[in-house]
Design a protein around this ligand. Sequence first.
Ligand code: DGP
Length: 114
Amino acid sequence: MSDTIFGKIVRREIPADIVYEDDDVLAFRDLNPQAPVHVLFIPKRAIATLNDAHATDAELLGKLLLAAAGYARREGLAEQGYRTVVNCNEHGGQTVFHLHVHLLAGRRMHWPPG
Ligand code: DGP
């Protein structure tokens, strides 16, 4: 796949407000936050979209969600709750083609989404 802005963040070529990192996952604050807390969890090994994920990526996808849940727990967000979102392609509203999980918290979320 071609590189994206998130690949540059993983390689520290451009700055980001990084809030979590482990061997496989990086998390940083969204540049255009949609909630008081808006953090993006990305795999360091890029997958373009959820459509491009395979069974061999199952563990990595699980790690993204567990990293988001762990962050929410540590930040005291878990009890009130939060939303996790993976946008895919045009109708999903995906703009950066390096798969990522949005963690949104700090306000009540609306359902259904617009
Ligand atoms: P999506 O629409 O699901 O592809 O979300 C991409 C998100 O990435 C969007 O909420 C804005 C955020 N974003 C785009 N460019 C940058 C960047 O350079 N730095 C950071 N921190 N976030 C970015």
